[in-house]
Design a protein around this ligand. Sequence first.
Ligand SMILES: *Cc1c(COP(=O)(O)O)cnc(C)c1O
Length: 436
Amino acid sequence: MKYYSTNKQSEPVSFTAATIKGQAPDKGLYFPEYIPQVDRDLIEHIDQFSNEEIAYRVIQPYVGDEIPEAVLRKIVSETVHFPIPLVPVNERISALELFHGPTLAFKDIGARFMSRCLAAALAGQSALSGRATVTVLVATSGDTGGAVANGFYGVEGVEVVILYPSGKVSPVQEKQLTTLGGNIHALEVLGTFDDCQAMVKAAFADPELTSQRFLTSANSINVARWLPQQFYYFFAYKQWKDKNNPPVISVPSGNFGNICAGILAMQSGLPVGHFIAACNVNDIVSEYLETQELKPKKAVATLSNAMDVGNPSNFVRILEIFQHRFPELKSRLSSYTITDRETEDTIREVREKYQYLADPHGAVGFLALERYLQEHREQKGIFLETAHPVKFPEAVERITGEQVAVPETVREIMNREKKSKIIAPEYDQLKSYLLQ
Ligand SMILES: *Cc1c(COP(=O)(O)O)cnc(C)c1O
């Protein structure tokens, strides 16, 4: 399998090359040359397959022989080693809980898979060129950093440098970034998330630095982070009772990597009734579906902050899946815009009516799904619960008036010692750190 750039100005590359590069040199996103079809047998008898086997069969065509079978099977089983249950909330709506991984967010799946693929790719490369280590450089506003830190912890040949804005991530998130040590280095920037992102961009654009350090990023445009997100859509279908009436799936969306992986799974043969992009007031895609024009905006801060994205980078891949045919896209995808007020009301109502505690992102997914189902009485659906409510304790406790039960893993991490290096929001400080 080769990957071409959506900007079509760079050469197609292999899976491992795309994993190492992240983004194509022409600033496009890598996209598979064709969409492989899963075996009918896998779909028809899906409950007889283990999650490891399903995941392996789904990803294998995308990797080809770039990673040996035994290694890929090990990577896959380490990626999906925690539960991903489908939990009924009411008669028509279930939650697919993606927050049982080590950092309590769905990004664990992509980060774990990518880190191990990168290690495998580097092992192959260093045999050829002798270049042994890469530095993964990420700026985070919260969730990405924790998942990346955890996913890459202890991975050979990889050093991880995470920039986060001092005082602007939640206490749980900060501990997830700063307590691992080893090959994970946290830089606490006395500035904003935008400062962090600008510093990272400056690093990638600095030839003096990149000639001395091999830098890569771990954001969701990397194919090795994007593609494994298909796995849990198959796991959802495995647990879905009414196979004759496939689920409508509502995905809380920001950069649109998650939902794009779901749509890819559908195009490769997974039965799905319809997709819903559940958005907060950052409504670029809702508008696109109305007007056929994609107009990036400045992001607005909301309760569901992991979805505060004004220019969703993965949307171009959705266009690519549908080969830019708007009517086809519109027949498979709807979008709803949910305000913070509606998100709060939903968290409260779902708790009171169904005894289910949703986090702000999941609540956006729930309400968007409910709206769609009101118009489609014969269908039922699933919303993705993308983070554990304990990651947003202030909002959830204020809204429901109850304390969120803290999982054991979080209690343990809160007792560990924070280790970060404080730096000013200036590129030179990052540069000298990276060169030291
Ligand atoms: C990252 C994130 C999202 C958005 O996912 P995208 O793939 O960027 O659309 C939603 N919810 C949570 C909790 C997240 O961390």
